[in-house]
Write a protein that binds this ligand. Sequence first.
Ligand code: SAH
Ligand code: SF4
Length: 382
Amino acid sequence: MTAPITQDVLTIPRKMPASDKANLIGLTRDQLRSALIDAGTPEKQAKMRVGQIWTWLYHWGLRDFTGMTNLSKELRQTLADRFSIEIPEVVTRQISSDGTRKYLVRIAGGHEVEVVYIPETDRGTLCISSQVGCTLTCSFCHTGTQKLVRNLTAGEIVGQVMLARDDLDEWPVQGEPNREGRLISNVVLMGMGEPLYNFENVRVGLRVIMDNEGIALGRRRITLSTSGVVPEIARTANEIGCLLAVSFHATTDEVRDQLVPINKKWNIATLLDALRAYPGLTNSERITFEYVMLQGVNDSKEDAYRLVELIRGIPAKINLIPFNEWPGAPYKRSSGNRIHAFADIIHDAGYASPIRTPRGEDIMAACGQLKSATEKTRKVRA
Ligand code: SAH
Ligand code: SF4
């Protein structure tokens, strides 16, 4: 299954413990404005200062107030006294033989999450996490075997993009206009956790990432993947505006109850109703149905025909994900023939049915394999 391990493991030295100053990363523009006014900025100037600081933080990627040269020396000092600019700390970086990079990232409280960068010829996708662990217990997902530790803050969500930009050396440099590479052209919330169970922080974080005067990633370049938290689905379109992917994975409630237990709360029919009503659904903004291919469980031709019937009328793309095995996993990956036969049926019914190429398998960076190291160590000790 795995490519030869030619990974480069980098262990980054520990930094000083985080300060107790208020962190500016992950604040909305309004929150930043209030923070500046509290720190003595006259209300009349506040909007302009927000714009200036925002550009330093999110366009240039600056991490200290000293370099904010369009602010007075006094203001820079005040800011440095009151605030910090902090993003999660990279503990280790592994580079797969296929170029995929996996970062183990430490957040406040000593918890860890994983972030994965997947370079492709025409794009570069950053897969970020929304929670440490997950409350849901999908039976094929490694993260699902780990209890929820906590939700990530908005700053930690934005920070994952910022630390990857640091590592890829992707921030623009003044005086080098052609440098803007866009190595990270897409962001997917397909790492650890259920993003719609951390809606507020995910919304704020994504809006910071999309903001035009900063990182400026277009809303159609961000995909949020949910296991099917029905009440929050419409809000994703209305309040965030990014694209939606749904972990569908089965064509009967009986099987989906087993694979994606949230189905017992919101079953297939309820989920499909919510998807049919998804605001702004068009052919150019289709819903991605993720479908993990598990040998003998959900990969029959009957399943493929049922799937086509179920989603009829929904502008959709079906992303077939060959199961990524992990130690102790109770399933096997479907054979290549099975996956192709399944894909053909869906394709013949008029839907795009790409088969996702597993990436970074030698460093356990593939979809659904992410799990924090602290948790693993705890298990070993137990
Ligand atoms: N909690 C969200 C997002 C994170 S999981 C969700 O469930 O949608 C991202 C995707 O990886 C989901 O489609 C999930 O079902 C899939 N996945 C999880 N474990 C996997 C595995 N071992 N192999 C392949 N895909 C997996
Ligand atoms: Fe949680 Fe998604 Fe994994 Fe299910 S597939 S356990 S919702 S991270």
